[in-house]
Design a protein around this ligand. Sequence first.
Ligand code: M6R
Length: 618
Amino acid sequence: MCGIVGYTGHESAASVLLAGLRRLEYRGYDSTGIASLHDGRLHLRKLAGRVRRLEEALAESPIPGACGIGHTRWATHGPPSDINAHPHLGGEGEVAVVHNGVIENHDALRAELSADGFTFQSQTDTEVIAHLIARELRLLRDPQIPRADLLLNAVLRALPRLEGTYGLAILHRDSPGLIVAARQGSPLVVGVGEHEHLLASDATAIAPHTRQVVFLEDGEVVRLTPDSLQIAHVNRGPVTPRIDRIDWAPDAAELGPHDHYMQKEIREQPETLRNACRGRLRRDQATAVLGGLNLTPRQVRHIRRIVFAACGTSWHAALVGEYLIERLARLPVEVEYASEFRYRNPPLDDRTLVFVLSQSGETADTLGALHEAKRRGFPTRAIVNTVGSSIARAADGGIYLHAGPEIGVASTKAFSAQVAVLALLALYFGRIRGLPFVDGLAALEALEFAPEAMAQALQTEPLVRDAASRFQSTRSALFLGRDLLYPVALEGALKLKEISYIHAEGYPTAEMKHGPIALIDPETPTVFVAPRGPLHAKTLSNIAEVKARGGPILAVGTQGDAELQRLADVFLPVPDVPELIQPLVAVAPLQLLAYHVARLRGCDIDKPRNLAKSVTVE
Ligand code: M6R
């Protein structure tokens, strides 16, 4: 979704902003623009389309200045167009604003400002913010206020008028070298450099410049010049900035020798699993160590129910978590769509622990679910990848995935890291709640083997590449799995539809005969996620049923499973591993399948149509 970047320092603002915008492209957007400030003038370039077009426009007609703001827009109010692209100017061009989020009372404000003589160019909700600040600047012609504080004061007076969510960055024609930024419900991070400050909605954009960052909280406003950084809370006054360090190398977000981020991230999974488990396995006690959870063993024993709330791929991972925790810890688990949990007012009791799962830590529905649980006084925990994200900071404790930045819109390595972390959680809860040492040790050893098992599963790639051609002109596919592999079937279907635009549905295998079997025909492939397990014989019967109806069959199965191989048209063998880590080895060929099908179909793999990496609107 929308991205913000800002720079004030000694380099060309346009170059720094362009580099930042390029690093934000993965979030999904439809238009882009920058504004710089130089010699008492605001210089603006903005257009619909990709950052590459903006770069060309700037090469033809450069803009000067060492202070500026930039934006990638994902249209909400008004279609993608040059006019609707950010930055937006306020007043008679004295203010430039970029904005992430949604202003809910923009209609009323637009009417009020129009009546006051302000003229609107765009259909966006953002333009009202620009005019609102310009109006406050005019009203603030108070000689008592030092010129350098004018913009900050105008912003502080304008913000209470806004209803909704925002991450804002603002320039004022008469405030050289100054950026004022504000956050309410939409993330912002400040980068601290040598005689320079940066600003971004996502640390990825500024990581090459600096790894020293300050995460802003809701309600905070920041005033940035090359040599100063001041933060104030709108109600509580000055705030002492807390400098954090980005814990991943900036080149972790680079494509390197890979063709797509999705491909890179699929291949990174053995390392992702290693990082997710590093330092968290305790062999002498056959358990996991999860310090950030902030739960004593006594508190764990007190829990009677767990509710997971998440969206998309994170929801699928949570479903694996349900099976794992119920099995190892004998604790009832419910998995909710975050968007439903938030509004349907589910009955919870004092012994319920609410977990939210999110790769980005910024998904609006998931953040909303977390706030709702907190509002009702329930203890909350989060499983998150992005350090310092809104969800990570709002929860009462949690577990980081340590998967590094995930850039491809289709989530891959975050899924496997989530599954690994959920297995750790199941082991930890299980060992407190009666799981025998020997079973704990078996789970621990399975997790230790997971990186190697994933590396072996990824070796299916040449076979998957061949299989992909069978899907190239498919219109619809079924993905079936049971028990722990049912969520993997859902995830395989989601991956295929997201990036190749082929309709795909996931079901528990045995559900097939209750409806989906009607879809089976020679044009509709069925993907069985079928590594060996206690119910394998039943799965083989289901496969035979599809075969009898002429449906093509692709099976992901245990290496050496001759019976499965005989039944399937395409057999993708994965290593023979304990059930606990079967979801990890089984998902790898499905991710690769989606990737190669999308590639054959010429789809934009890392930026699939209509999708955004981090869905920060409801
Ligand atoms: O960042 P989150 O994990 O909260 O994101 C949740 C979903 O938006 C996300 O998983 C989405 O479904 C992905 N595009 C899946 O590939």
